[in-house]
Ligand binder design. Structure first.
Ligand code: PMP
Length: 461
């Protein structure tokens, strides 16, 4: 076996990567020409690459490394569990201690009567589970015709055929035969882009009432559930107007349909509470979890069910599960991650100290000539870039052109910020210090300046 050395020149690593590794959500031929940046190690909120650069991670990996990189306790928990019991399934009347402990801990942390966990290895898998759970729930209650799940355009719920269908990304639906039947999408509560002349409050109500209209049009007897992220993440960190969630909650209650809160990003402290549902004041029947559950150190996700939903599902054999449902090593690492988040007061710190500090600094970016709106909840925020703040106009260039330029400037300045269309988004590790927040804001401002200069030079604004 010949393995390339980890210390090989970057160009060689890149060439071998391009030759054999297909990247997710990537135009591979374009990337091959450019070469992927090779990330070699990480500590706290800092990444290192093969060229010796130190990069500030404003995205916590993919919104997941809530606890920051390099926590040896998590590595030790994995090693201990691998030696004790590296794998066993939970299908055939067996269980194991890590799954028992983690489930009980999640029942403690999750709000209200959400007390029952069904595991997966990712958010996508968990949302696939939710499609089957919601429909099985109604079938068991004698209403098998309740199959339709209502979701939102520009939502992200995963990349499998089921979860990608739940999501509202049209570019994804265009490839590979999605959406599956009986998924219906309504519009998103994105006031900046779609609010027109309405106030945010009016617009929030209008968008929430689309749910009621959809239920009436489809027929309430056919609707199983509504799924949404408390704050849309991959869609661009769209913080809904304050009127939105209370109205949604009223409507799901009125029609008795299940509310599924996709907490894959919002969960585990991201919004300053353990769950985004608490921040937004909603009471879901099912929550999707992943990412911050293990801070990304192990692949694990799941669905947390209310007592009522769990009781109905428990009355039948639920023919569903994954080889790695409740994987013992992933559960042990998640438990250790939750212990540290709790004992080190990380969630509280986001709520009371670093969150308010980041909010003040991040909202200050709205003074930049390119930034129309700076919105942030806890440790997830977005900047809407615009050539004209007053009219909230989009750029003349194709959506995403300017965002991409800005993102490239951030990358060149050793700051990871992501762009979604012409929004720039952040979701830093929750352990980011005030000093590191200052660095993030400085680098973001410099990158915005450079982007601005380039747009002017190229006649793009
Ligand atoms: N739901 C939401 C809200 C997400 O943000 C994501 C991932 N970004 C998923 C589901 C899918 O999770 P995974 O990539 O682990 O399948």
């Amino acid at each position: 076996m010949t393995l390339i050395s980890p210390n090989a020149p970057t160009a060689e690593l890149q060439a071998l990567d391009a030759a054999h590794h297909m990247h997710p959500f990537t135009h591979s031929a374009d990337l091959a020409k450019k070469g992927a940046r090779v990330i070699t190690r990480a500590e706290g909120v800092w990444l290192n690459d093969s060229e010796g650069e130190r990069i500030l991670d404003g995205m916590a990996g993919l919104w997941c490394v809530n606890i920051g990189y390099g926590r040896k306790e998590l590595a030790a928990a994995a090693a201990r569990q691998m030696e004790e019991l590296p794998y066993y399934n939970t299908f055939f009347q067996t269980t194991h201690v890590p799954a028992i402990q983690l489930s009980a801990r999640l029942a403690e942390l999750a709000p209200g009567n959400l007390n029952h966990v069904f595991y997966a290895s990712s958010g996508s898998e968990a949302n696939d589970t939710n499609i089957r759970l919601a429909r099985t729930y109604w079938a068991e209650k004698g209403a098998p015709e309740r199959k339709v799940i209502i979701s939102r355009w520009n939502a992200y719920h995963g990349s499998s055929v089921g979860s990608g269908s739940l999501g509202g990304m049209k570019g994804m639906h265009a490839q590979g035969g999605m959406p599956i039947p009986d998924i219906h999408h309504i519009d998103q509560p994105d006031w900046w882009s779609e609010g027109g002349d309405m106030t945010p409050e009016e617009f929030g109500l209008e968008r929430a009432r689309q749910l009621e209209q959809a239920i009436e049009e489809i027929g309430p007897e056919k609707v199983a559930a509504f799924i949404a992220e408390p704050v849309q993440g991959a869609g661009g960190v769209i913080v809904p107007p304050e009127t939105y969630w209370p109205e949604i909650q009223r409507i799901v209650k009125k029609y008795g349909i299940l509310l599924i809160a996709d907490e894959v990003i919002c969960g585990f402290g991201r919004t300053g509470n353990w769950f985004g549902s608490q921040t937004m004041g909603i009471t879901p029947d099912i929550m999707t979890i992943a990412k911050g559950l293990s801070s990304g150190y192990q692949p694990i996700g799941g669905s947390i069910l209310s007592d009522e939903v769990a009781e109905v599902i428990a009355g039948t054999e639920f023919n569903h599960g994954y080889t790695y449902s409740g994987h013992p090593v992933a559960c042990a690492v998640a438990l250790e991650n939750l212990r540290i988040l709790d004992e080190e007061g990380v969630v509280k710190q986001v709520a009371e100290e670093t969150g308010p500090y980041l909010k003040e600094k991040f909202e200050g970016l709205a003074a930049h000539p390119l930034v129309g709106e700076a919105k942030i909840v806890g440790f997830m925020g977005s900047l809407a870039l615009t050539p004209d703040k007053a009219s909230r106009a989009p750029f003349a260039a194709d959506a995403g052109t300017v965002g991409y330029i800005c993102r490239e400037r951030c990358f060149a300045n050793n700051l990871v910020m992501r762009h979604v269309g012409d929004r720039m988004i952040i979701s830093p590790p929750l352990v980011m210090s005030k000093e590191e927040i200052d660095t993030l804001i400085d680098r973001a401002w410099t990158s915005l300046d450079e982007c601005h200069a380039r747009l002017k030079a190229e006649g793009l604004m």
